[in-house]
Design a protein. Structure first.
Length: 80
């Protein structure tokens, strides 16, 4: 199964380009400002509904802020 990772740095750049604060994006997404910052740093990943709301706040298509995640070798049973 293919998994994806949120492009936090790209999201932050887009937010800053639009002149939005993390607090404003958080308000639209229904999460706290610190959670939005964690998404942007890559320490947390947004769930589907929150992800769509972030895309809405940033005015981007829903696939623009996702990139394929490499499979974890431990999860696939491969030796590293």
């Amino acid at each position: 199964m293919k998994t994806y990772r949120f492009k936090g740095l790209q999201a932050r750049r887009r937010r800053e380009l639009l002149g939005l604060s993390a607090r404003e994006v958080a308000s639209v997404a229904g999460v706290s400002e610190s959670v939005v910052c964690a998404y942007e740093r890559g320490t947390r990943q947004p769930g589907g509904i929150v992800y769509r709301k972030i895309c809405e706040a940033l005015g981007v298509d829903s696939d623009e802020l996702l990139e394929p995640r490499e499979p974890d070798a431990r999860a696939s049973g491969s030796a590293a």
